[in-house]
Design a protein around this ligand. Structure first.
Ligand code: ADP
Ligand code: MG
Length: 627
């Protein structure tokens, strides 16, 4: 036997970075390392239990599924052992030496950045999220100067291995002598972390963070947790505190849950579900895309962790458990995605969750408002991509409008409820901010007539409304669209003060405009809805925000698709251009070009600045000349 052969390997760069931070920062909440190691032991045990139920060949089939923690005050060590699936040599190398998820890498990059910024040592980077970002194991080095792992895979005949590291860049591997299946992790505690070899302290931490681990945790042989699947109990039997603790356990979280939905149903499917909306949305802070966070159970047995099949992608912010006894235990995890029963569970639970949100919005609008601020982006994503739940999602959307104050929101239903008599459609206008929209030409007619218009600040908002076409039988129309359903100005009142260009001449003027602007416009006509602005462009095929997105992707200024130009025949600029045209002044054409580009800018479209600058010089020259 060559038992004494030791192989040394380097950690992947990102892990080295992470370890450097973990070891060197003055982190106050070191307790979390224990939760991470217990959670890993529980995961490994859960996987073993599943393999056993699905008739796999298993080493030591009779070992109890328990987690053991042993403290040794003399040796200053803390040992965490499980009878889970263990690891082969290859698994040790990939699981504890490399990072697979881009999300984890991103997390580490941000930690490193935060640390650089806090170089003066005042505020330590927020390591408490370590478990949520898939690198919880390394938190062991917050308290240990050396970590030794003895492990043996569940596969019959697998070899036993020993993994050792002091966290400084490399680890070593050697063959071991562990006789039974599972993993034993021994932490040699740092001098300032010897409180972690006191059993009382360990029991306190278990109570705090690991009450819901579904396996007995024995501290020096004595059981320290209560084992239960709380989602199978009645709501009346569970306290708020227990819910919160369970949330913290399953979401690896430290915050309080924002919403909680616990329900069970028998028809059409037997389901027990406990779902949480977390306290905050980390994607919002620029962290990379979240993984899904709902675990799928069958009669308390974990079928799949963070299941991608059980909730739609836009629900990835939700954490929790779905348990259905109708699932076959031996369902293959690989085919869950294609399983009709799982798809049905997904549909039912998602529908129930959306109904819950609707109720919340009704019962406590202020709280729903906070939810919307944090998680609204997911609802929008769903409304844009999920046709199955579109109707329910659309009800949850919120918008500002010209009739709401800044920051005040209205739903589509709220809009419909207060529509004016005779109002033909639901209107919206897009722009990057409230100010841009309100200073633009599209709002004029609505302001004038006191009609409500929804403001859409992001392309996805306009996309959703555009593809929705109608709500409650009312058409949805963009203010910038060429549509029959847009309101018209009350002409008689306005012509009283401002004279219009006579009809014949106006016809000639619009024809001249079209000729002069050529292919840059599809049509030029007199506007029925402009009040203060000289001109406006209307999109003949969609919304400007869609065009903007197309422009940004093309990066070609000249690629502004042709639009309809509407001119305000009561406006002095239009009258002036008409005079120049009648006098055959070539400056008329320059002015017409500039008018179009101004209207395009007001629509938020991108215009080629080079031509414009030269033209503006010509215009300026004329304005300042004192002949
Ligand atoms: P995560 O648990 O989010 O995957 P960790 O850094 O905590 O991230 O653990 C990394 C991986 O190491 C786990 O996914 C698992 O494959 C492996 N691992 C850790 N602890 C154990 C254990 N006690 N038994 C078996 N495998 C383990
Ligand atoms: Mg873990």
């Amino acid at each position: 036997m060559t038992n004494n052969q030791v192989e040394t390997r380097e950690f992947q760069t990102e892990i080295r970075q992470l370890l450097d931070i973990v070891i060197n920062s003055l982190y106050t909440e070191r307790d979390i390392f224990l939760r991470e190691l217990i959670s890993n032991a529980a995961d490994a045990t859960e996987k073993l239990r599943y393999l056993k139920l699905t008739n796999n060949q298993i080493q030591d089939p009779d070992l109890p599924l328990e987690i053991y923690i042993d403290t040794d005050e003399k040796a200053q060590t803390l040992t965490i052992s499980d009878n889970g699936i263990g690891m082969t040599k290859e698994e040790l190398i990939t699981n504890l030496g490399t990072i697979a998820h881009s999300g984890s890498k991103e997390f580490i990059r941000r930690l490193a950045e935060a640390r650089k910024q806090a170089e003066d040592g005042e505020s330590a980077p927020d390591l408490s999220l370590i478990g949520q970002f898939g690198v919880g194991f390394y938190s062991a080095f917050m308290v240990a100067k050396k970590v030794t792992i003895y492990t043996r895979s569940y596969q019959p005949g697998a070899e036993s291995w020993i993994w050792t590291s002091d966290g400084s860049g490399s680890y070593s591997l050697a063959k071991g002598e562990k006789e039974t299946r599972g993993t034993k992790i021994v932490l040699s505690l740092k001098d300032d972390a010897t409180n972690y070899c006191q059993a009382e302290n360990i029991k306190r931490i278990i109570k705090q963070y690991s009450s819901f681990v579904p396996y007995p945790i024995k501290v020096n042989g004595e059981k320290a947790n209560t084992v239960e699947a709380i989602w199978t109990k009645n709501t009346s039997e569970i306290t708020e505190q227990e819910y919160t603790e369970f949330y913290k356990y399953i979401a690896n979280a430290f915050d309080e849950p924002f919403y909680k939905l616990h329900f069970s149903s028998d028809a059409p499917l037997s389901i027990k579900a406990l779902l949480f909306v977390p306290g905050d949305n980390y994607e919002r802070f620029g962290f990379s895309r979240m993984e899904r966070g709902v675990n799928l159970f069958c009669k308390k047995v974990l079928i799949q962790e963070k299941s991608e099949a059980i909730v739609p992608e836009w629900l990835r912010f939700v954490r929790g458990v779905i348990d259905s006894e109708e699932l076959p235990l031996n369902i293959s995890r690989e085919t869950l995605q294609d399983n009709a029963l799982v798809a049905k569970l997904n549909r039912v639970v998602t529908g129930r969750f959306l109904k819950f949100l609707e109720e919340q919005a009704k019962d406590d609008p202020e709280k729903y408002r906070q939810f919307w601020d944090k998680f609204g982006i997911f609802i929008k994503e769903g409304a844009a991509t999920d046709s199955t739940h579109k109707d329910a999602l659309v009800k949850l959307l919120r918008f500002e409008s010209n009739l709401t104050g800044k920051g005040e929101l209205i739903s589509l239903q709220g809009y419909v409820d207060r529509m004016k008599e005779g109002q033909k459609a639901i209107y919206y206008v897009s722009g990057s901010t409230r100010e841009t929209i309100e200073s633009g030409p599209y709002l004029e007619i609505f302001k004038d007539k006191g009609i409500e218009v929804l403001y859409t600040y992001e392309p996805i908002d306009a996309y959703i409304l555009d593809s929705l076409h109608e709500f409650q039988g009312k058409k949805i129309v963009a203010a910038e669209q060429d549509s029959e359903d847009l309101p018209e100005a009350n002409l008689p009142e306005q012509t009283a003060s401002q004279e219009e260009i006579p009809a014949e001449e106006l016809k000639a003027l619009t024809e001249w405009f079209k000729e002069t602007l050529g292919s840059k416009v599809t049509e030029v006509r007199a506007s029925k809805r402009l009040v203060d602005s000289p001109a406006v462009v209307l999109s003949s095929f969609g919304t400007h925000s869609m065009q903007r997105v197309m422009q940004l992707m093309n990066k070609d200024f000249n690629n502004v698709p042709a639009e309809i130009l509407e001119i305000n025949s009561r406006h002095p600029i239009i009258k002036g251009i008409n005079q120049l045209r009648l006098a055959n002044d070539p400056f008329a054409a320059e002015a017409a070009e500039q008018l179009l580009e101004n209207a395009q800018i007001a629509a938020g479209l991108i215009v080629d600045p080079r031509n414009m600058v030269n033209r503006l010089y010509t215009i300026l020259e004329r304005a300042v000349s004192t002949k």
